[in-house]
Design a protein around this ligand. Structure first.
Ligand code: FES
Ligand SMILES: [Fe+2]
Length: 438
């Protein structure tokens, strides 16, 4: 059981909190590269409870600052992004992408002190379509960028999608390491006989109550959900949690399912999900054996137009204000939830728990062992950092998680589950090579 004190520790990410300190050890996705154009509009970013401004200067460099001007705290969101820097519109002070003050035009030349002033800037880096930010203490020499394989796929073979989830980061993430909900929330109305009998994923419909192996790993946690397959064989679905907020979930055969999802806390009650997918992977099962698409199971549903609000980016059209457009007739006939789209179905259940779920009210079951183990992993890492200063996993050794892979496979019943996993990893197709730590 998770106590109130543990729940607070797990869910609060602001400056000065133990989980906030843990998160600040890592580089995090901040936004898509395409959201920032040279000399374009500054972007409001809420990250770990802080309110930041991101911009791309004339030469393409990215700046990420506290949104308050270091002069008298007017928001740099209204600033002029021009000629190699961001100029505050209040008194005209101007800052380069590193936060150095370039100009104090409201002061006589002999009274200026621009070499003594700096915007509160964080380190930014860009790779493969994503802008990363490092908000920790090692600003002068930050650790290497994260290195999950999905982030390193060649740019032309990588899909990156952003979506906002309007609840705490951990309850959103926990949906991804909870495989048994798939056969209910998403596919509860689909029967095994509706599926092509040759399809690997059909066993999720023949047996909706898998058993689990769960293990702590060098990068976080992993599980294998297993059910009987043909006689003498077992159907496995493997998934990982990687520190501090990454999930690798089963979404096709393990051989080529290169995927990662980052549940980036914007604050304690808003999360931005970044989904990285290698596009040359085997397509997942998406149709009934008649060739018809699964009813109401589109992967990507429309978003509202982005606004400039702190929480105005990548919001779904279906949201709590319209009950996710639930169709009760569809719920009675063709769909378990009546809600269209996999992401929206997940949003409905995770957001309906409340902005920060009260975990003391839960009744965890054997199907939740991965979730309980992952909470324990996070609590241990946050406490070790706070009490002994121990740097958590993957901060300085992100390549450790490069070979983590999620997906499904069938193995002989007699083969131990970890051996089946490791054999699959040895044979896996790679889309990228690990690069040496920077
Ligand atoms: S508040 Fe920004 S220049 Fe004065
Ligand atoms: Fe789901």
């Amino acid at each position: 059981m998770t106590t109130h004190a543990e729940n607070k520790l797990l869910t609060q990410v602001g400056a000065g909190t133990p989980m906030g300190a843990l998160m600040r050890q890592y580089w995090m996705p901040a936004c898509l590269s395409s959201e920032l154009t040279a000399d374009g509009d500054p972007l409001r970013l809420a990250l770990l409870g802080e309110r930041l401004i991101a911009f791309r200067d004339t030469g393409g460099k990215i700046g990420i600052f506290d949104h308050r001007c270091p002069h008298r705290c007017a928001s740099l969101f209204y600033g002029r992004n021009e000629d190699g820097g961001l100029r505050c519109i209040y008194h005209g002070w101007k800052f380069d992408a590193e936060g150095n003050c370039l100009d104090m035009p409201n002061l006589p030349a002999d009274q200026g002190f621009r070499d003594k002033v700096k915007a509160r800037a964080y380190r930014a880096a860009e790779r493969n379509g994503i802008v990363y930010v490092y908000m920790g203490e090692r600003q002068a020499a930050p650790p290497p960028l994260p290195m999950l394989e999905a982030m390193l796929c060649p740019a032309g073979e990588l899909s990156i999608v952003c979506r906002q989830r309007e609840c705490n980061w951990l309850q959103a993430l926990e949906g991804d390491i909870d495989t048994s909900h798939f056969s209910f929330l998403h596919t509860g109305k689909i029967k095994a006989e509706d599926i092509d009998p040759g399809h690997l994923e059909r066993f999720q419909f023949t047996d909706r109550a898998p058993r689990y192996h769960v293990k702590r790993t060098d990068w976080g946690t992993m599980y294998a959900a297993y059910r009987p397959a043909e006689s003498g064989y077992t159907y496995y679905r493997f998934a990982h949690f990687a520190m501090p907020f990454w999930t690798l979930f089963p979404n096709g055969p393990i051989a080529d399912n290169i995927i990662a999802q980052g549940w980036v806390p914007m604050d304690d009650t808003h999360t931005m999900v970044f989904t990285f997918t290698w596009t040359r992977k085997t397509p997942v099962i998406g149709t009934l054996k008649t060739g018809e698409p699964f009813p109401l199971l589109d992967r990507l549903m429309p978003t509202l137009p982005n606004t400039t609000d702190w929480f105005g980016r990548w919001r779904s059209v279906q949201n709590s204000e319209n009950d996710y457009l639930i169709d009760r007739n569809a719920q009675r006939t063709i769909s378990f939830s009546g809600i269209a789209g996999v992401f929206s179905q997940d949003s409905a259940v995770t957001e309906s728990m409340g902005a920060i779920t009260d975990r003391a009210l839960e009744t965890l079951a054997p199907s939740d062992v991965m979730i309980a183990t992952t909470r324990r992993q996070l609590l241990d890492a946050a406490r070790a950092l706070r009490e002994t200063g121990r740097v958590p996993p993957l901060v300085d050794d992100p390549e450790t998680a490069f070979e983590a892979r999620s997906g499904d496979l069938i193995a002989p019943e007699s083969e131990p589950w970890l051996e089946a996993y490791q054999a699959a990893i040895r044979q896996a197709v790679h889309a990228a090579m690990p690069v040496a730590a920077e």
